[in-house]
Design a protein around this ligand. Structure first.
Ligand code: SF4
Length: 477
């Protein structure tokens, strides 16, 4: 079953989004607005936890932010501090008990945790605790962090710093305690996390700057890799828990995931995507009548392609914004029908024209095939497909849901073979070098593993999406 956003026909599923704010009299409402702005990062579940100084309270539920929260619920979540989470499951099923923030009581008091990323050693850590008799109630990797906190509480002056030493992989995490919020970013900086301040002087943290914009907050800076930023009644303070490693910022955030208006890893996603389109026009020119974006994810790159090539930019495919969120599509013909429902071609733009279609990426290829079938039926005389990133040939273990290489169309296939499968006249992908030329940090500061196969960390025992569930079944089944 597709669980994409209301009009999404994209095959890559988002990870998660986190947010936290301290000192606001409407902290739950601020959280709600920020989660709404970050809805693109996860549509399966949403949750908010608040602190009123005496205790923590949380509400989580399945669905979009607007489906999970009502005005009455938000008014009930009273508190001067809050954290929130949008979830797309990259570890553990899409179930209510895997929704975040996870709220627990342990020897140190209460804590709520929201996590974006994937821990590659969660299985090993969890097994260690299970052997000692600890019980887990979720099948997501985040829960192990709370066990680490509890285990280190009495023995260390800074249990959080000690706990974080044990984590391997990608994590941008917000912790809510009764007296503070702690925002943490892994030493490689895989996922974005930024710090802002509202007009009232309340500090906040968010996965993306688009969330700060939504609540009228000003961007202050990114949380550094290996840094813990604390928000409390005294303002903001910072400490390190690890030396920063050579950064491994996820380049796919710029290709597709982040909101185009968001600034992350020092660049604004929209500008990067337009440059990717320009570069693609240089690398793969072709004579055609118009450049058409694949809505909505190909739009920024298509603008760049059209600008550089001088070929007119036309909106040739209009998304139907009212198609429901889920659409069961197990077969190719049903996928074709779903695409037909969600994407409406403009006949005058497509019929008898040579079109360049710009899309940000191809994951499994089945949805792209439906889109190309759809354009062919609409009468395009030639279809030239341009992809603004290189072929995705390798799995991601750092928070994106393409963990199985067998599901990747480009794994083990040449571009010519994919071109023939999709039935297009020509197919070209942006080169790895071309993609990395569009961002401002040095190339070695980005993770490109899904394109290049070069992983920054050794992946000995990768945690698959449902890996911790099988583990749980072994223990209790
Ligand atoms: S493997 Fe790809 S999607 Fe995963 S973190 Fe690296 S660049 Fe991002």
């Amino acid at each position: 079953m597709s669980t994409a956003s209301p009009t999404s026909t994209h095959e890559a599923k988002h990870k998660c989004g986190v947010f936290g704010i301290w000192g606001s009299t409407r902290s739950a409402w601020d959280c709600y607005t920020a989660l709404y702005a970050q809805q693109h990062r996860g549509q399966e579940s949403a949750g908010i936890a608040v602190s009123d100084g005496n205790g923590l309270h949380a509400h989580v539920g399945m669905g979009l932010v607007r489906e999970v929260f009502s005005e009455r619920l938000l008014d009930q979540l009273e508190g001067h501090a809050a954290i929130g989470h949008n979830r797309y499951s990259t570890t553990g099923s899409s179930l209510t008990n895997n929704a975040q923030p996870i709220l627990r009581e342990y020897i140190g008091g209460q804590v709520a945790v929201g996590h974006n990323g994937n821990l590659i050693n969660a299985d090993v850590l969890r097994h260690e605790y299970e052997k000692r008799g600890q019980i887990f109630t979720t099948s997501c990797d985040t829960e192990v962090i709370i066990h680490l906190l509890a285990a280190h509480h009495l023995s260390y002056s800074d249990p959080l710093v000690e706990s974080l030493q044990h984590l391997q992989g990608a994590y941008s995490i917000v912790f809510l305690f009764n007296d503070r919020i702690e925002a943490v970013r892994d030493p490689w900086g895989w996922r974005p996390l930024c710090l802002g301040i509202t007009e009232e002087g309340n500090h906040c943290v968010a996965s993306e700057t688009v969330a700060l914009d939504a609540i009228g907050a000003r961007f202050l800076r990114e949380v550094e890799p290996g840094e813990i930023v604390t928000l409390n009644n005294r303002g903001v303070s910072s400490r390190r828990f690890a030396d920063a490693q050579q950064p491994a910022h996820c380049i796919f955030e710029h290709v597709y995931f982040a909101n185009p208006s968001s600034r992350l890893f020092g660049d604004t996603a929209q500008i990067v995507r337009e440059q990717m389109g320009e570069r693609l026009a240089d690398e793969a020119p072709v004579e055609a009548d118009c450049v058409i974006p694949m809505p909505d994810s190909g739009r920024s790159a298509a603008l760049g392609y059209a600008r550089r090539s001088g070929i007119p930019f036309r909106e040739g495919i209009v998304p139907n914004r009212y198609v429901g969120r889920t659409f069961i599509q197990p077969t190719q013909s049903e996928r074709d029908a779903a695409v037909q429902l969600k994407l409406n071609p403009v006949a005058e733009v497509i019929k008898d024209n040579r079109i360049i279609v710009v899309e940000d990426s191809i994951v499994r290829g089945t949805t792209t095939l439906s889109k190309m079938n759809h354009l062919r039926r609409a009468g395009a005389s030639e279809i030239h497909l341009r992809i603004s990133c290189p072929p995705i040939r390798h799995p991601c273990f750092f928070g994106i849901d393409f963990q199985d290489p067998q599901q990747l169309i480009a794994a083990g296939r040449s571009v010519k073979e994919i071109e023939s499968y999709l039935g297009v006249d020509t197919l070209h992908y942006l080169s790895l070098e071309g993609m990395l030329n569009c961002v401002s940090n040095p190339a070695e500061h980005y993770c490109t593993a899904c394109f290049s196969g070069q992983y920054r960390l050794n992946i000995d025992q990768p945690v698959t999406k449902l890996g911790l569930e099988r583990h749980q079944l072994r223990m209790f089944g």
